[in-house]
Design a protein around this ligand. Structure first.
Ligand SMILES: Nc1ccn([C@@H]2O[C@H](COP(=O)(O)OP(=O)(O)OP(=O)(O)O)[C@@H](O)[C@H]2O)c(=O)n1
Ligand SMILES: C[C@](O)(CO)[C@H](O)COP(=O)(O)O
Length: 234
């Protein structure tokens, strides 16, 4: 059976740290919504067969019209309702894949809709790695010294910097591995989970490899990120 690469693009967040009334993934960046920049990379990638787009339940119709149809994103096959937290939205996307026969030959690329500077080089690197090791995340070495602090903001520990990487998305997995990891994780305490690799690390005793992303592959989270994104666009 032919291999398939399915992207789950997450766009069901509320952008609380960004503030404002429009959810950040729909804000304008250089003349089009942030989410449209992100989806274009997946649409244009020869690697990606299909995109499952996860949005707010009440935004699905609007997103279909103004983003998917308007920009001609033909790889978007489903617009799925997201959940309260990021991991709920991922799980909703994964359950769609779980029902499919071709699951054993499928790789899943989970990506934040709010990271518009993903590119095909990263997708190709992640694909090469995930075919070998079944689980990988894109990231970059940290540039600053990182401190672990206590509740009084006193530095308690300084981890060795050369072992610290900032994790980005896409995060790529063999479909069965990530579905099983999430299935197990969703029935135990999981509210501290902030990325998909953690599900595999915690539930599957399976190593997750790091592959090189880019310092430009930022997640647009707070207002200053929008200004930085405008510079990256030039
Ligand atoms: N329940 C959620 C929460 C987040 N996301 C998506 O996951 C990505 C990364 O999340 P984050 O940057 O935290 O987005 P928000 O949750 O929107 O931001 P905030 O925490 O500031 O509200 C975003 O593309 C966001 O739309 C999602 O699909 N479903
Ligand atoms: C998955 C992620 O983008 C990796 O850096 C990040 O952990 C998402 O965190 P958020 O709190 O949902 O922004």
């Amino acid at each position: 059976m032919k291999e398939r690469c399915i992207a789950i693009v997450l766009a069901a967040g509320q952008g609380k740290r960004m503030g404002g009334t429009v959810h950040k993934q729909y804000l304008d960046l250089g003349g089009k919504p942030i989410l449209a920049h992100t989806l274009k990379v997946f649409e244009d990638s020869d690697l990606i067969d299909e995109v499952l787009l996860v949005t707010g339940a009440d935004e699905r119709g609007w997103v279909r019209k103004t983003i998917v149809e308007n920009y001609g994103f033909r790889k978007v096959t489903e617009i799925i309702s997201g959940g309260k937290e990021r991991y709920d939205s991922v799980w909703n996307g994964l359950q769609n894949i779980d029902q499919r026969e071709e699951k054993e030959n499928t790789y899943v690329f989970i990506h934040d809709g709010a990271r518009p500077f993903v590119n095909d080089v990263m997708l190709q690197r992640a694909y090469k790695e995930v075919r070998q090791s079944k689980a990988c995340v894109v990231g970059m070495p940290v540039k600053d010294t990182i401190k672990i602090v206590n509740e009084n903001l006193e530095a308690e520990e300084t981890p060795e910097r050369k072992r610290l990487w900032m994790v980005q998305t896409p995060q790529a997995f063999h479909a069965s591995l990530i579905i099983e990891a999430y299935r197990k994780m969703m029935v135990v305490q999981h509210d501290h989970v902030t990325d998909d690799a953690m599900a595999v690390e915690l539930m599957m005793q399976h190593p997750v490899k790091m592959v090189e992303g880019s310092y430009e592959n930022i997640k647009i989270t707070t207002p200053e990120d929008l200004r930085i994104a405008e510079v990256f666009l030039c």
